[in-house]
Design a protein. Structure first.
Length: 386
């Protein structure tokens, strides 16, 4: 098959295979979860809520992060990132991780899932260190942290170490949050000023430091398993800092530019998530509501927005969202709103909200997979490499 060839367009840049795989997996994963509960998958190694959390974080989200970093890292360092057979091998490792957690082969699943972020970190370290791109070294560290976090989950499941398995999930969520906060701060003001006439998005040094420091402190608190008032106060302070940061970008001016407003709307979920974490720490709401504000609202929105923008920009297409792109943005935004706010406003409808949100999520990423399959698997329109 031509798609297996290292010269196929799919293997010419990191975003191509990982965006395609992640969008297909996001659309299908809800169905896989339903098959687990129905018993059709037998007794997989990971199942139920742990499988769902593990796969959305270390499967779906991590694939998009790696695809984005391989693509942006080439520009940041002016050095090559994996293409061809090395990129295909990393994609195969990711696929193996998704399949193996649904089988009884526990050690193989643990090794594949631990190896993927570690291998991606090494692949990024080579161009970053070669170019002396110090401002991006922390991405290597965060990918290694993701590898340690997923290793902790599996070592507990394998009864090698007595580590609460959900600590690994929380550390992974905090690492993902920090990545999104850093990248959001880099690209959203720039895209706003470049794409919205008259916009004056700004960044204040003190606000930047406070916003990012709050997340790093939150990660430390979660690693130490501190709860109660310290967590609530820090999360509330972080919510305020990120809300001020977001307001400085003047999001209200972006409503005519879908490729911009989708990122502003998604970033708004970060202070919402932190505020809900504060409420959860005070035992006012269930922790899952705060988690889904981060994963469905912030991560889902930023991911679909950046997947559309990257795929268009790096395949020689106009940086304009069409009606299908906007439909995907709206579906993911609605999935987040329903998943977070309906259970808060009407707890009796919580199960209906989960099912509705899942359907919207699957539709949004399924639409992306169908629309961008030909884009991601064909050469650039302008004939340039990549």
């Amino acid at each position: 098959m031509k798609v297996i060839s290292a010269r196929h367009p799919l293997w010419q840049m990191g975003f191509r295979p990982f965006y395609l795989l992640a969008s297909i997996f996001a659309a299908l994963s809800i169905g896989l979860w339903a098959l687990q509960f129905s018993g059709w998958l037998g007794r997989p190694y990971l199942e139920g809520p742990l499988w769902h959390a593990h796969e959305m974080l270390f499967g779906f989200a991590l694939a998009v992060v790696v695809g984005f970093l391989f693509t942006a890292g080439r520009n940041w360092s002016n050095r090559p990132t994996p293409t061809g057979w090395p990129l295909a091998a990393l994609a195969l490792l990711w696929v193996a991780g998704r399949v193996l957690v649904l089988t009884p082969f526990a050690w193989a699943a643990a090794l594949a899932n631990t190896a993927f972020p570690a291998a991606a970190a090494i692949a990024l370290a080579v161009p970053f260190f070669s170019a002396g791109s110090r401002r991006n070294y922390f991405f290597v560290a965060l990918l290694l942290l993701m590898s340690v976090a997923v290793m902790a989950i599996h070592l507990d499941r394998l009864a090698v170490l007595a580590i609460p398995e959900w600590i690994g999930i929380q550390i992974g969520l905090d690492a993902l949050l920090f990545m999104m906060a850093v990248m959001g701060g880099r690209v959203i003001p720039m895209f706003t000023n470049n794409g919205v006439p008259g916009a004056a998005a700004t960044r204040h040094p003190l606000v930047e430091k406070a916003a990012l420091a709050a997340i790093l402190l939150l990660l430390a608190i979660d690693a130490l398993q501190l709860q109660g008032s310290p967590l609530a106060l820090l999360a509330a302070a972080g919510a305020a800092a990120h809300l001020i940061r977001w307001a400085l970008w003047q999001p209200w001016k972006s409503w005519r530019a879908p490729l911009v407003w989708v990122l502003h709307l998604a970033y708004l979920w970060i202070p919402v998530h932190l505020a809900l974490r504060a409420m959860s720490a005070a035992q006012w709401i269930a922790p899952s509501i705060a988690v889904h504000a981060l994963t469905v609202g912030a991560a889902g929105g930023l991911i679909i927005g950046m997947m559309v923008r990257t795929a268009r920009g790096h395949t020689g297409r106009p940086l304009r969202a069409d009606r299908w792109d906007v439909a995907g943005f709206v579906l993911i935004a609605l999935a987040a709103f329903v998943r977070v706010f309906v259970p808060l406003a009407a707890p009796a409808w919580a199960l209906d909200a989960v099912l509705c949100s899942a359907a919207l999520w699957s539709a949004g990423f399924g639409l992306y997979a169908v629309r961008y399959w030909p884009v991601l698997t064909r050469p650039r329109l302008d004939g340039n490499p990549g």
